[in-house]
Structures are given as structure tokens and as C-alpha cells.
Design a protein around this ligand. Sequence first.
Ligand SMILES: Cc1cc2nc3c(=O)[nH]c(=O)nc-3n(C[C@H](O)[C@H](O)[C@H](O)COP(=O)(O)OP(=O)(O)OC[C@H]3O[C@@H](n4cnc5c(N)ncnc54)[C@H](O)[C@@H]3O)c2cc1C
Length: 498
Amino acid sequence: MEKIDVVIIGGGVVGCMTARFLSRYKLNILLIDKEADVGSSTSAANSAIVHAGYDPLPGTLKAEMNVKGNQMWDVLSGELGFEYDRSGDYVVAVGKEELPILDELLEQGRRNGVPGMHIIPADEMRAREPEINPAVSGALWAPTGGICDPFMATIAAAENAVENGVTVMLNTRFLDFRIENGRVTGVQTSRGFFACRWVVNSAGLYSDEVMHLAGVRPEFQITPRRGEYVVLDRASIQVNNVLFPVPTAKGKGILVTATTHGNTIVGPNSVCAAHKKDEEVTQEGLAEIWEGARKLFPHLQPSSTIAMFAGLRATGNAPSPNPQVSYGHDFVIEAAEKPRGFINLGGIESPGFTAAPAIAQRVVELMQDQGEKLEEKTGWNPIRAPRPHFRKLPLDEQKKLIHTDPRYGRVVCRCEMVTEGEIVAEIHAPIPALTYDAIKRRTWLGTGRCLGSFDMPRVVEILARETGLPPEQITKRGPGSEFLYRRTKELEVLHDQE
Ligand SMILES: Cc1cc2nc3c(=O)[nH]c(=O)nc-3n(C[C@H](O)[C@H](O)[C@H](O)COP(=O)(O)OP(=O)(O)OC[C@H]3O[C@@H](n4cnc5c(N)ncnc54)[C@H](O)[C@@H]3O)c2cc1C
């Protein structure tokens, strides 16, 4: 590999957006992630809402990055070809006593620079969302809120970065820095040492450990907070909007929201996680979610659940850079004074997804502030062409696709109508999807009522055929999650010989 200018540690939405924004310049960039796919940690387990920006306290980096990031998603989704819908969002007050909170949020949003918000009366809210709690007393309407496909947003940014010359190394763990004369000169990883001039810390939940190895902010600590969710069967309820309850001291509260995949999701709660891998969904968590959900939709039934998941917030303890704001956990977005060459991103919890493009843009500016002369590449291509999703195409286009490649005529996932052609296309994409979960995030297979019982054996077979690996080496999400243990027939032969 040629001499590396920038190593990005962590391929979540923040790292992938950073790689994509930096790929515009004449830089040799390496992005590493310890997992088998980009965007498989917190960026894959969240509410997928592009927040309007009325929630963070004014004067914080969270508020600034939220509002700036929000404005970038229309252009980004067009250039990178992923689903995004600026459908607006609502904070719903139930009972007269919750109405003053809407006024406070409206005022806070205005101070943060959120455009177009206003409060709508109860009957208008009922008209816009017919199954909402009849006791609704009014709602804050934020037209700049939206929903997006969080998986494809991250993957598309990484793919566009690769198409513009960035190298992505997966299953590659950052271990330590080399620092010489007060400057970062390289990183030690599980795949060897890479000399470089810059390192970007976008390691999400582990960003505290990474910065400590550079000797930066020894007092900064991430305390993960778990958020649990349920996914509802499409047939059980039709929710048309993004609906938050009024916030509490614990956070934004249990929301009920439409998604770009057509399901309704309910959650998240916010509980202190035992450790950085504590992604379990608990009985208590489910009870809390359903209580919250019924506040907005009293008729919702737990029996309509088809899946559950949990994500971990990378909650840090950095105070806001604005001394007038007393706030416990703001984002850290900085170029470290010592060592030089270290861009430090920490505590990127919600609204980190929304903020990711603005954070990536800020990384570019921080490098320039530190004296890096960034020269634009000729021929940088901001466009990433999306691959077809068979079930979303009109009949005549489906027929054309099958005519060009008969594998699009073979349905592998019946619930979500995902074809072999789509799976093969993802396996050979710029960021190859080489695990079951990687294919699931890109095609949405295995997410219907049967939760993959029908498609899983076929996907293992296709992955083995396309990669040339034995089926026993095909995994759900990387080494240690193999589906198959051994060939049963071979075992019988061995018994015969004994
Ligand atoms: C319950 C919940 C709901 C949320 N809802 C929203 C929402 O609706 N809207 C919104 O804007 N935000 C939301 N967020 C926040 C948002 O999801 C995060 O801010 C965002 O995904 C963080 O992205 P990231 O790239 O910083 O972290 P991650 O996605 O966690 O990526 C970090 C990457 O670093 C890698 N890594 C870590 N250590 C190492 C190492 N040593 N070597 C190599 N790689 C390493 C990890 O494998 C991981 O892939 C929510 C978060 C949660 C938990």
C-alpha cells in the first residue's frame, strides 16, 4: 500500500461519512473496522430519524451539528442513492398538562435555528394520524424532521468513498498509536502497522479507549446506555408519521415511527448497560416500551411484534464547549493539541446519525485549520448508483431485469421478496456483503414474519458459491458466528470406517 495520509478508526456512519467527504481531496485514506461489515454497530441499531434539531440544548455541539447535518440529507441521499424521506416529525402532547412542554420545545428549536416549526391543535393531529390516542391535546410539528435507511446511508457513503480511492479494511482492529515528537506517525492494528500523518477517531462506543491510547482526555468516559425496540408486523398497524411523546428527564421517550422499510418501530427506552456489548432485550424493557407506545396508540398489541433489537448509545461525559450551557454530555469534535495529527470524535450519541455529514465536514475543516493543504482531486465523483430492489420495481421493470439476468427471477426471501440477483449483486458490490447480516442490511431479506427461516440456507449456499468458501465458513456476522458446524454425511462415513 502507498504511504497513507489518513487512517480512520471505525466504519460507522461517522467514519464512513468522514471517508466519503475526505475522498474529495488528494489524500491516501485507509478506513478500518474491527467488524466484518461497515455500519454494524450503533449505526445499525437506532431509530433512523433525521432529527429536526429542537431537542438538543442551545449552544451545544449537538444542537449545531444536528441542525447543520439535517440540512445536508436531501443532497446526500440524492448523490448516494439511499432512501430518505423528509416527512417531518411530531411531538405529541397527551392531556392539557403536557401542552406547555410543546411551547418550550418550540422556543428551544427556534433558538437552535430549526425552520418551519409550529404547534398544531388536537383535531388536526387526529386527522393526520387517525389511530392516535384520542386524548391528544396538541402537537409540535417539525417539517424538517425525516426518516432514512440507516444501513444504506452508511454503506453508500463507504461505497462512494471506495469508488473515489479510499481503502476499507474490515475485520481489522486498531490496537495502538505510534507517536513521535508530539505527532501521530502511525497505528498498530491486528493486521500490522500502518504509517500515517493523520488519525480520525470515530470508534463510537470505544472512542474513549482510543483517545486514551493517544493520551487525550483521560477523564473522558463512555457509559453505554441501551435502547430497546420492537418491530411491528406491517399488517398490524399503519402508522404514517414519526411520533414522539413529550420528552422526560431520561430523554426523548418511547416513540412510534414509520420507517423507510415500511414497518413501524416502537422504542427506545434508555437504561444503563452493563457493558459495551450488552445488547439484550429484557422483559422489563419490553414492559416499558409497551407502556410508552400505548400512551400514543392505546390499541397497539404486543402480539403484533415480529422482531426486537437493542442499540447502545455512546454516552460520554464531556461538558459543552459553551460555558453558558451546563450540560453533562456533549459531542467531542476536536483536533487534539497534543499529539498533532489526531482528530478526536467522541460521545457521538443521538443525534449522531443526523449530525454525521456535518461532523464529516467539520473534520475536513479541522484538518485545514491545522495547516493541511487539501487539494481537490480532478474527477471526484459524488454519485453512487443504487442497485435495484426487485420488490419496489414496477412489473415491466421487473420483467426487464429478469430478462437481463434470470437470477432476478428466483425469489430467495418470500416475505420480503428478495431475489438471488439482488444477493449476488451485494456480494460483488464495492463493499462486498460477505455475511448473512451484511446481505440482510442491504436487501432487507430475513426481516419478515418468518425471520429468515426460509432464506437462510439458500443465502449460505449462494455466499459459499460466490466466494468459493466452504459453507462451514459462512457466518452470520463474522468469525465465531458460523451457521454450520460440520458435514453430517462425512461424519457418517467416518463412523463406518471406525
Ligand atoms: C437507541 C438509539 C437510538 C438512536 N436514534 C437515533 C436517531 O433516530 N437519529 C439520530 O440522529 N441518531 C440516533 N442515534 C445515535 C446514532 O445511532 C449514533 O450517534 C451513530 O450511529 C454513531 O455512529 P458512529 O459511527 O459514531 O458509531 P458506530 O456506528 O458505533 O461506529 C463505530 C465503529 O467503530 C468500530 N470500532 C470500535 N473500536 C474499534 C477498534 N478498536 N478498531 C477498529 N474499529 C473499531 C466499531 O466496530 C463500529 O463499527 C441513536 C442511538 C441509539 C443507541
